[in-house]
Every structure is written in C-alpha cells, then in structure tokens.
Design a protein around this ligand. Structure first.
Ligand code: 3H9
Length: 784
C-alpha cells in the first residue's frame, strides 16, 4: 500500500500472503517472505515512493512478528530456511535487501517483535514503536541462535552487553523504554498516537535527508563498540560463559549464541560474522537433538492446552472474571488461592473447618502476595485490591455464589464426596464449576455425589505442589464432564498461568500412574542389589536418576522424603498391598509371585521414617544443616536394606548407572505407552508436558548467580529440556532398545507386570516408527 501524500509505501507483514488462514502472530513463513521480498523490490523501483514502512498485519493481535515460522524447522522443509535454493528468499536475503535499500525503511513496532521479526527490524534504517512493544531474540529457547543477522547487527547497534542479555537469555520481554535507552529504538509514539502516524512522521523526515545519511544507518557498515563502561567485549563474553550450561548439560544453543556474538567483534567483517552465524545456526538446526526437543516442547505445550473439544466457549471465567471458592487451607489450597488471586480473580474465598489452619493459610497467602509484589510479579498498585479479594470462612455455605470451586482437602474419597454433596445444595448457580484437586481418586466417584444435572460441570483439576509455582495442571475428564467444561477449565488454567493437559480418569491419571513403576523399581533395586559392604545405596540410585547423571530434578528417594513416605504407604495400603501390622496378613491384592519388598513399608510402620517432616526417611536430616533439607546418610536405613537384601542372590553386586536408569525409567515409559493405548492421554506430547512441568523430567538450568555478580544482566534462568519421557524414548534411546530391555527384564522378573511391554510399543517397533511419529502419521484421534 502506498500513501500518495507522503510518497511512503506501507508494507504490512503477511499481507496478501496465502494460505487463507494467516499465521496468528505474523510468523515469517515462505509465502510471507516471498511476498515481502516482492513488495520491497516494487517499492524500490517505484519513483513515486521515497520511503517505506514495515508494519504488522492489523488483524494479528497488534503483533509485529513472532519471527521465523517454527513449523518450517521440522522435517525436510528445514532445508529451505537458510538457503534460497528453492527460489524462496530466506530471512537473511530479506534482511540484506532491507539493509541495502535505496530508500529509508522505518520498522513500526507493536506487540511482539521477536526472533526473525526483530532481525528484520534491525535491518531497517529506523525503528519506532508504541508502548506495547515487547522485543527479543528467543531462538536459544527453541534450541537455535538468531539466524538472520541478529547476532551481528544487535551488538553493532546496542553493544555486546545488551546483545548477550537479549540473545543468551532468549528474552521476549524487552520494553519500548528499554529499547530507547539502549539505542534499539529511534522513536516512540506519543500517548494516544498510533504507531503508524509516528512511523509516517519518521519516514517523512528520513525521505528528505541526503542520500549519504542512509549509509550511516546501515548496521553492516558499523563496527561493534569496543567496550561497555570500561569492560571489554572479550571479558563480558568470558563472564557470560561461566553462567552458560555446558553443551552436555543442555547448553548447546546458548554456547552457540555466545560464539556468534564473539564473531561479531572478532571477525574482520560483517559478512564473515553473518557466515559464522549461518554455520552455527545450521549446525544446530540439522544436528542438535536438544534443539529438536525444545521445538517439540514449544508445540506440545500449545497443543496440550488446546486438546479439548473443538467447541470453543466464551465464558467470563475464561476472561479472568468470576467468584472463586477454594476448599482446604493446606499447602495445596493456599497455592491454588494465590494463583487465582494473582490472576485478578475475586473474590476468592478460602474455606476450612479448622479455624487455626484457616488463619495460617490466610497469613501465608497474604505474605506470599506481598513477596510477589516486591518481586514485581504483582503490580504494586494492585497489591491492596488483590489482598482484599481474599475472603475466608469456616462455613461452606459462604461459597453459595461461586462460579468456580476447587476442592483441595485431604485425599480421602468419603470426605470429598461429602463436600461435593453439600456443594450440590449450597451452590446457587447451576453451571458453577465444581472441581477436585485430587491426585489419584476416581473423579466419577466424586461426581456421583452431585445431582445428575451438575455432573457435566464437575472434573478433576490436579495442581502440583507448590501450586502457585508449578506450571502443570492435569485436567481430569470424568464420564459426564462436558467438553464445554473442559474448555473453560483450560481457559481458566491459562489465565492463572498454568499449562493444562486434559487426561482421562484412572488411578493416578497420567503423572502419578507412570510414577508407580518408577517408585516400585527404585525400592526393589535396593532390596536386590543393596546390602553388604559395597551394595547399592539410596544415594547411588538418586545419583543415577537425579541431576548428577540422568538429570531428574531430584532422585526418587529424596522426592519420597520430601513428599512423605507415609503417603506412599497409605496408597499401597488402600491398594491392598501392605502387610497388616496387627494381624501380620498381607493385603488381598498382593498376589502370589508378585515382586514386592516390604522395605518401604517397614521404615514407615516400625521406624517412623516418614521423611523430611520427621527429619528421617530414606536419608537423615538435621535442622542445623541446610535448614533440615540436606540429605545425610542413615545407618538405620543401611541396616534395613541389609536385612531385606539378605536373601537376594544379587546382594552387594555392582550395577552401573545406565542399568539403574533403564530399570527405573523404561517401565515409566512403558506405562506411558499403556496410558496412550487406553486413551487416558491423547498424544505422546501431552505425556511429555506432564513429565516436564510436573515431575522435573530432565531440565537443566543456567546459573543466575554469576550474572548477578556481574551486575549487568539480572539473571539467566534457562530451562533446557530433554523433551520429556516419550521424546526421550523415541529419540535418545530408540524404541527397539526399550522393547528389548523390557522383554529381558520381564523374562527375568515375571512378577513385575510393569516390565511387560505394551502392545503399542510393540506396534511402533514393528512399523519402525517413534511413538510421536506413529501418532502424527496414523492421525490418532483423541478419546478425551
Ligand atoms: C527465528 O525467528 C529464527 C530466525 O532467527 C532465523 C531463521 C533463519 N512460528 O504462544 P501463543 C503460533 S525462530 C509459528 O499461544 P501468546 C503458536 O503455535 C522464532 N507459529 O500466543 C500458536 O498457534 P496455535 C523465534 C507460531 O499470545 C499461536 O501462534 N520466535 C510462532 O501466548 C499463538 O501462540 C519465537 O521463538 C512462530 N514463531 O504468545 C517466538 N509463534 O494457535 C515464539 C507463535 O495454532 N512465540 N506461533 O496453537 C512466542 O513466544 C509466543 O507465541 C508469542 C505469543 C509471545 C509470540
């Protein structure tokens, strides 16, 4: 589009580009690049055009551009991203075209201006924005580096410090104010001014300047400032290196980012720097499994959140409005209430029959909200109103007007049923959502205490502890839960900044069900290989599974101690597996031949080793050391392991870390397959999301402390994921290897049903596909 009065061509990103459904965030896919290239060339040729404005498409939620189309990075089409062999210009081609423009180009920035979008903005001669701008280069978070000149132009424009901060941390939140301060922006639209008006003003000025001034605006001709506040670029990069995870620990892309930034000031020319950047980018794109894992997670997170019915529902709760009730002022209830309050819902009424518990809950919530405001997570001006939205009561009938109630009381079916049957009469709104934060109980059994018309509005909403911090919510669909209800719960979950995954109703749902073989086998390993002088220890197993080797956030035994070993014991008792301490009889479901050890039962029943809360569990804890959380070896537990391993033929035998990992994690993956087979989860990527966000499946983090001492980059917290258990099985281990190992183990231990390979695993191996590929290519339909 040209503005005849000013002689300015206004080119909107993605405008006119096929396909009919344009990308919602102006991603720069092949048709868009082709379109922009063509439009720019036309504008260059047109003698009536004196200047050009590049702006986001008006219907793209005010977004300039979220960067390259990430979908192009998977599969064979990845080949077109950095080479124009196919005839489609690359983002680099586009950036070069813009930078060498004979007419000034003004990038008019609003909303997200990320990745390749920001790289195009850097290639323009001028950048203006309005206050909605959030710019950044998040490529590192999808396992890449900026690949369209971003690592070369940003240091030239804003210096190495800002480049390190934006690129290595993969920021997406740099504000317009910050952009002005660090020289990224030339101008800001004044209050009430539309960014296009501002851009037109700049375009008008720029078009009357002498042609020679254009060269001064081309970043390719500039050199990188030699230092920032007296610190050399080299020193800054050395400093940054200390806080980046090693390549093996998931830092491949962060390391590559640093190399590319170094290239900007070490190599003789801009062209050499761009070439270095391209090589690093391609190396990651085509060879890095870590990068594929990141991109898998990017899309898995989004598809999990939308995996409910096709029916879209508009509802006030989804918009962040509604009266909320939370029942139970314990750890979970408090975290849930904080999540709703922080997202602006209100009033939020916390109910607990125990007055003291309620008081403590309210105190905790208020002090957490105050802490969040100090950290900038709640705007200080909203703190008072947020706090006053919290109400509390010991009387359930205070919840009569609620639109949504989350019950988070003790995990006992009878108590929960009793509460739901009271809510049935108390709640005035017939469509109020009645949700249970159960982690294992039957959602249908809970719903059956409601009248039939209310059951469509009842579901499980399983938060993870601490509920105001953990991102995951398992949304459990009962047999009567309506698709609309699921859709609203997913919307609400996103509002309160969670990632919802819809799952089916079964014992333990997805996460805890997969944990069962993992927990059992960890304990059985001790009973088999432990004991004697050199036998396997609790710390050996945690060392293999935890972040010293495999990389789980913590090993199984430390997690049991944190969660409470009594909880595991109670679950086994409910399942009819434990020996009755009074009669000495084993539970009815402990069948003959079943592989079982009473090690974990005896430590609770006879030794009271319930975990950190008692300062003794699998480990000892001492309140004077590490606030009572540091695991210390326990001779009492060593003796107990000695006792239970006495009859094992493998007692004291060496077992290496890889063997531990496969014995503990392959059955967890196998359970994931069974869950998919039964339709309890609708996609392998949903299982991955649950394990990444709920159970700390290997994720490595950068070290923020170094940046803080550097006093320039506030913190670097890179979450680097392995992709989740199903992705790990497909891509790191290979399904044939998992199948073979499970078959061997099942032959060896027929009494452990969890080693029996699932049919779906066999099917995938038979057809030679990974499970994700199997789902994608076979078009498996969700049963949820
Ligand atoms: C890059 O630029 C490489 C270059 O340096 C070099 C190349 C040679 N592509 O998150 P939302 C979709 S790498 C394709 O729910 P929000 C997303 O899947 C790129 N699709 O919204 C979803 O689709 P659906 C670097 C994308 O408002 C929909 O848009 N850029 C892309 O919460 C809405 O997304 C990034 O890494 C994309 N780039 O957040 C930015 N981005 O509706 C990644 C989004 O079908 N994007 N979609 O599920 C983001 O961080 C967020 O999406 C954003 C909006 C902040 C933009």
């Amino acid at each position: 589009m040209a503005s005849p009065s000013s002689g300015t061509a206004i080119i909107a990103i993605a405008d006119g580009a096929p396909p009919s459904k344009p990308n919602p965030v102006n991603a720069l896919g092949a048709p868009v690049r082709q379109y922009l290239y063509q439009k720019l060339q036309n504008a260059f040729k047109d003698p009536n055009i004196k200047s050009i404005i590049l702006i986001g498409r008006h219907d793209a939620k005010g977004v300039f551009s979220a960067g390259a189309d990430i979908k192009e990075f998977s599969g064979s089409s990845g080949g077109n991203v950095t080479t124009s062999d196919s005839g489609v210009p690359t983002l680099n081609d586009l950036a070069h075209l813009m930078e060498s423009s004979p007419k000034p180009i003004v990038a008019a920035l609003t909303g997200a201006c990320l990745g390749g979008g920001m790289e195009l903005a850097l290639a323009a001669q001028y950048r203006v924005a309005d206050s909605t701008l959030k710019y950044g280069l998040p490529e590192v978070k999808i396992g890449l580096i900026p690949g369209a000149g971003g690592t070369q132009r940003l240091p030239r424009l804003c210096g190495v410090r800002h480049a390190l901060d934006v690129i290595i941390r993969g920021r997406i939140n740099c504000s317009a104010k910050e952009g002005l301060k660090c020289n990224f922006l030339d101008g800001l639209a004044s209050d009430g001014e539309y960014v296009l008006e501002c851009a037109l003003r700049w375009a008008g000025w720029a078009s009357v300047l002498p042609a020679s001034t254009l060269d001064a605006r081309r970043l390719c001709y500039k050199s990188v400032p030699a230092d920032v506040e007296g610190m050399s670029n080299d020193d800054m990069c050395d400093f940054a290196l200390q806080s980046i995870p090693t390549a093996e620990k998931g830092g491949e892309s962060a390391q590559a980012c640093l190399k590319a930034i170094r290239a900007s000031f070490e190599l003789p020319s801009f062209k050499d720097g761009v070439e270095a950047e391209k090589n690093l980018f391609n190396d990651l794109l085509y060879h890095s499994l870590q990068g594929r894992a990141y991109r898998h997670i990017f899309f898995a997170e989004r598809s999990a959140s939308s995996s409910t019915s096709s029916k879209k529902v508009s509802n006030a709760l989804k918009q962040g409005r509604g009266i909320i009730g939370v029942i139970g002022a314990g750890t979970m209830g408090r975290g849930i209430a904080i999540s709703f309050l922080r997202a602006g819902y209100g009033p939020v009424t916390l109910v607990d029959v125990n007055e003291k518990g309620l008081e403590a809950g309210v105190k905790y919530i208020i002090s957490t909200l105050e802490g969040e405001a100090k950290k900038g997570r709640i705007h200080p001006s909203k703190l008072d109103s947020t706090k006053s939205s919290l109400k509390s009561s010991t009387d359930l009938s205070e919840l009569a007007d609620c639109d949504c109630i989350v019950e988070a009381v003790f995990e006992n079916l009878n108590i929960k049923r009793e509460i739901f049957s009271k809510l049935n009469t108390i709640c005035k709104k017939p469509t109020a959502l009645l949700l249970s934060n159960t982690s294992t109980l039957d959602v249908d059994a809970i719903a059956s205490s409601l009248s039939p018309s209310r059951r469509a509005y009842c579901a499980g909403m399983h938060f993870f502890s601490p509920a105001h911090i953990m991102k995951l919510v398992e949304v459990i669909r009962g047999k009567d839960t309506s698709p609309e209800t699921l859709n609203i719960i997913c919307g609400v979950s996103k509002r309160i900044r969670k990632v919802p995954v819809v799952v089916g109703n079964c014992d333990g749902f997805v996460g805890n069900r997969m944990l069962h073989p993992y927990s059992s086998e960890s304990t059985l390993l001790l009973a088999e290989f432990g004991g004697g002088e050199k036998g396997l220890t609790v710390a050996d197993v945690d060392g293999a599974i935890g972040n010293k080797y495999f990389g789980m956030a913590a090993g199984p035994f430390l997690i049991f101690d944190i969660a409470g070993n009594d909880i595991g014991y109670n679950i086994r008792r409910e399942k009819g597996l434990v020996r009755d301490p009074k009669t000495g009889k084993v539970g009815p479901n402990r069948k003959a031949g079943m592989r079982y050890t009473e090690l974990a039962d005896e430590m609770v029943v006879n030794l009271g080793r319930v975990g950190q809360k008692a300062q003794k569990g699998w480990y000892n804890y001492d309140m004077t050391i590490g606030k009572g959380r540091k695991p210390l070896p326990s001779s009492e537990m060593q003796e107990l392991i000695d006792k239970y391993s006495m009859t094992s033929p493998n007692r004291g035998k060496k077992i290496d870390r890889d063997e531990i990992v496969s014995r503990v994690l392959f059955p967890l993956v196998n359970e994931g397959f069974k869950i998919l087979e039964e339709g309890i989860a609708s996609n392998p990527s949903d299982v991955d999301i649950i394990y990444l966000y709920g159970y700390g499946f290997p994720a490595f983090k950068g070290k923020p402390e170094t940046w803080i001492s550097f006093n320039m980059l506030p913190n670097l917290m890179l979450d680097i994921h392995s992709g989740g258990p199903m992705f790990w099985a497909d891509n790191y281990v290979g399904l044939p290897n998992i199948l073979k190992k499970l078959e061997d183990l099942h032959r060896l231990y027929p009494g452990s049903e969890y080693f029996k390979p699932s049919d779906l695993l066999r099917k995938c191996v038979d057809v030679g596909l990974g499970v994700q590929e199997y789902y994608n290519t076979k078009g498996m339909k969700s049963k949820l």
